[in-house]
Design a protein around this ligand. Structure first.
Ligand code: DQA
Length: 150
């Protein structure tokens, strides 16, 4: 990928992340999803990069959105697949098909939680993963992507 070609970033949030702020705040933090997205929008606006957001609780909708990224001009994906991290071969296959670079983000440290959360179907294909830094993880992922622009 040409470094200068990162102009359109897609942020994908998986199931139950629409409940952030309400859902187990001790694990996932107090911020609502809109707060996280707003902060990311501000970060991208400062350098005139387009950023768009998609959240769904449905695996098929997430697969469809990933597939759309093949033709809608997306250059880079930041994704928190949430519970589908640990189950979804379909989302993995979609990311493999679109061949776009992506960073996997988790609010919580999946490795310090239940053993079923320790395996991700995405990590080996990701540019990198950030896990356990809360909402800051999304910002750090975006900072990395924006820095690719050189
Ligand atoms: C999560 C971790 C997953 O194990 C969990 O199912 C989620 C959120 C996180 O952001 O920490 O829904 O991806």
């Amino acid at each position: 990928m040409n470094k200068k070609d990162v102009n359109n970033i897609l942020v994908i949030h998986g199931p139950n992340l629409n409940l952030l702020g309400i859902r187990e705040p001790g694990i996932y933090g107090q911020l609502m999803l809109e707060d996280i997205n707003r902060n990311l929008s501000r970060q991208a606006e400062k350098v005139s990069v387009n950023i768009s957001f998609f959240q769904s609780n449905a695996e098929s909708a997430l697969v469809d959105r990933i597939q759309l990224a093949m033709t809608d001009g997306t250059d880079f994906i930041i994704i928190n697949p949430a519970a589908y991290t640990h189950t979804s071969i379909a989302m993995r296959d979609a990311l493999a098909a679109v061949k776009l670079p992506f960073i996997e983000v988790h609010l919580s440290n999946i490795f310090s939680r239940e053993s079923f959360r320790h395996h991700s179907y995405f990590s080996d294909m990701a540019v990198g993963i950030i896990s356990g830094l809360g909402a800051k993880g999304y910002e750090l992922a975006l900072e990395y992507v924006l820095a690719l622009r050189g």
